[in-house]
Design a protein around this ligand. Structure first.
Ligand code: ADP
Length: 705
């Protein structure tokens, strides 16, 4: 039977089964289309339509032309041959079972026995096409069960849909990648729905493995973190973390903010690590329900923060101790200044009162002189330290003779030791290379200060020894030298050792010990040693003596020294040497003239540099044994004057030894003096023994500057 005939029968049966339906009961002899004008419409309609039996045979009873075209067939016969004339033959074999099951299920569930399925077919050209199938199951006594199906070719539509889907998917993937990127530092991420009491893992660290074995696993929200809390979280923080994850607390916090976090600690391999739980509101409505929970390590941040806090605390401590130090300094200073000042004021008053008693006056003046010296020493030490702290003191390494430095140290302290009946010895037997590159001024200062201390803290009849030893040549071309200053004096207590280099610290103050001091000497020594890259150590036993050892690494100069200082300006001092004193301050001039004359010199004076240069220019060679040059003066200062003298044509005049006599005695002042051609830089007020020593050294042909 053709589709026309079977359609005719089936449709008649179907339509007649519908109550009150027009067209039922037409007389025989009508043409098919007259009887069923609907058939012509269905035959020619652009969409596919077919009817097949709902029994096992699934025989196709009718198919319209549009369906043929979907299958690429021209005729009914071609279509029948291609599909075997059954629904099973229409559906692509791989899709058939799923399609059948879906239709069955839909018909069962549909009130109107309708179904919708999509499946693939293979057309006559072997091409795979997609079909949308809207089916309607009908049962009538006459025809039994049949499916009326409207079928359309959905291949292009699906392609378009797939395109859209792909775009959506790409966008989705991009968003996921963004979220992944942004949440990279979270080792565990969960999505939870509080209303549904559900939580799903998206990323899980091994710490959540007890509850979640794999990603995307879902479980009840209540208690999802109990194992985690018990196993990992630091006991003291458990309550805090547990509370942060309770729905009530989350709702309360997220009602005000989009997110919140709690920091807590976990114990990992017996070590504490810092973590953070972040909870973010992603609810679709006003009521907080959907949330994201992220767990991440903030160990590095917290540790950094703790370190910063520690640094801040340290800085605060330093500030406090700096403040204490400042107050101690001021109180020490006021004490140390007041004591000699009192003496000066008091003894001056006494001297005035007893001006007719020369013995008494002399005694008072001695006391005034001693107090003045104390004040000067204190002033120098304080200035030295403050300059060191301000970074204004530099190490200047030059080629120097260690033997000379040691001998100068000896000269500087010998008279003091002799006066106190202390045996002073210098041992240089361990010195092999005497020419080294070092800052002679600073090295001398260190050794003189240590030696003076040794003499000061050793009782009469004691011994002080300075020993210079060359230890060994080091691999870096340097040589290790050791300078030891040893005494058998009063020694230092163990408890004081810890404070020995701190400013103003003294084991016993002047009142208790009767030994004057500022407590600044060792601070200066330690600073100088540090600056020169050396070390200082002390060993001491109370009542037995002390031994300070200073070690340096010096570069040694091989061969004969190129030092020109030794041979320059050889001046033979004669009896009644004449000095030119250049000084603008009247009082200073008067005092200095008197002191120099008392010391047996003839003194000529000039009140500024210009006059001094004129006087030297007009002097006979050898007339002035030495020029003492003030620095700060009107008309022409000491530096310019010295340069002008050194530039004189007559070498006998140009080479007269010049010593700067200045209130400023810092490194740069010394350097300036040297650069201007002066031989020495002496600090004011004039220290006669020092000045005499310099004159003596000039007489011997040595230069000290
Ligand atoms: P000053 O000698 O002016 O007090 P220092 O800074 O040079 O200051 O020394 C600090 C303290 O160290 C001294 O007061 C003294 O108690 C102790 N001291 C230093 N050198 C010696 C030494 N050779 N023997 C015993 N005590 C010393």
């Amino acid at each position: 039977m053709s589709y026309s005939e079977s359609f005719d029968n089936t449709l008649i049966e179907y339509i007649s089964s519908i109550p009150n339906r027009e067209g039922a009961g037409k007389t025989e002899g009508d043409t098919l289309y007259e009887r069923h004008p609907l058939k012509r419409v269905i035959d020619e309609m652009p969409g596919g339509f077919f009817i097949y039996r709902a029994d096992e045979s699934e025989e196709i009873i009718y198919a319209n032309k549009a369906l043929f075209r979907i299958f690429g067939c021209e005729t009914e016969d071609e279509f029948r041959a291609l599909t075997g004339n059954s629904f099973k033959g229409i559906v692509y074999s791989e899709d058939y079972q799923a399609v059948e099951e879906s239709i069955k299920e839909q018909i069962l569930q549909s009130q109107y026995d309708l179904d919708y399925v999509e499946y693939r077919i293979v057309n006559k050209n072997g091409e795979i096409r997609w079909i949308e199938d809207y089916g309607h199951y009908i049962y009538s006594k006459e025809a039994g069960g049949v499916f009326y199906v409207f079928a359309g070719d959905a291949t292009e539509k699906r392609q378009r849909q797939r395109e859209v889907l792909r775009t959506i998917n790409q966008e989705h993937l991009r968003r996921l990648a963004m979220i992944e990127g942004l949440t990279l530092d979270f080792d565990s991420v969960f999505y939870a729905d509080l209303d549904k009491n559900q939580i799903q893992a998206y990323r899980i660290s091994s710490r959540f493995n007890l509850k979640f074995q794999n990603e995307y696993q879902t479980c009840e929200y209540d208690g999802f973190d109990s194992e985690y809390l018990d196993t990992w979280v630091f006991p003291e923080d458990r309550e805090k973390v547990a509370r942060a994850a309770t729905p009530a607390y989350i709702r309360e916090r997220l009602a005000q903010n989009k997110n919140f976090h709690v920091n807590y600690r976990i114990i990992n391999h017996d070590k504490i690590e810092y973590l953070q739980l972040c909870i973010i509101n992603v609810s679709s409505s006003e009521r907080v329900s959907q949330i994201i929970l992220g767990y991440r390590s903030i160990d590095d941040d917290i540790r950094h923060e703790l370190e910063q806090n520690e640094i801040l605390c340290e800085a605060l401590e330093q500030l406090k101790s700096a403040n204490i130090a400042k107050n101690t300094f001021l109180s020490n200073m006021s004490h140390d200044i007041r004591t000699p000042m009192n003496a000066i004021v008091g003894f001056t008053a006494l001297a005035q009162k007893h001006s007719s008693d020369m013995d008494k006056v002399k005694g008072y003046l001695d006391m005034i002189e001693a107090s003045g010296s104390q004040l000067l020493r204190l002033l120098n030490d304080v200035l030295e330290i403050s300059r060191m702290e301000a970074g204004a003191v530099y190490v200047e390494e030059e080629e120097n003779n260690l033997l000379e430095i040691a001998q100068e140290v000896q000269r500087a302290v010998l008279s003091r030791a002799t006066a106190k009946d202390i045996e002073f010895s210098l041992d240089i037997s361990g010195l092999k290379h005497k020419y080294v590159y070092t800052d002679a001024q600073k090295l001398k200062q260190i050794l003189v200060r240590l030696s003076r201390n040794a003499i000061k803290y050793t009782e009469a009849g004691g011994r002080v020894e300075v020993r210079v030893t060359e230890l060994r040549e080091l691999s870096n071309g340097l040589t290790a030298y050791q300078f030891m200053v040893k005494d058998n004096g009063i020694g230092i207590s163990e408890s004081f050792m810890a404070h020995i280099y701190e400013p103003f610290e003294r084991q016993r103050n002047t009142t208790m010990s009767g030994i004057y001091g500022t407590g600044l000497g060792l601070t200066i020594i330690k600073n100088l040693v540090d600056m020169m890259g050396g070390t200082i150590e002390v060993e001491s036993v109370e009542g037995k003596g002390s031994c300070f050892t200073v070690s340096f690494h010096f570069r040694i100069k091989e061969g004969e020294p190129s030092c020109v200082r030794e041979d320059t300006t050889p001046v033979q001092m004669k009896e009644q040497q004449k000095l030119l004193l250049v000084e603008d301050n009247e009082i200073n001039l008067e005092i200095e003239v008197e002191l120099l004359q008392d010391a047996g010199f003839l003194v000529d004076t000039a009140v500024n540099g210009e006059i001094a240069v004129e006087k030297v220019k007009n002097a006979k060679p050898g007339e002035y044994a030495l020029i003492l040059m003030d620095i700060q003066m009107p008309v022409m200062d000491g530096y310019h004057a010295a340069r002008a003298i050194r530039a004189l044509q007559n070498p006998d005049l140009a080479n007269i030894p010049i010593a700067a006599l200045s209130a400023n005695a810092f490194d740069e002042d010394r350097r300036m003096s040297r650069e201007c051609g002066m031989n020495e830089h002496l600090a004011k007020p004039v220290n006669m023994p020092q000045l005499l020593k310099f004159i003596e050294s000039v007489t011997e042909g040595k230069k000290v500057c």
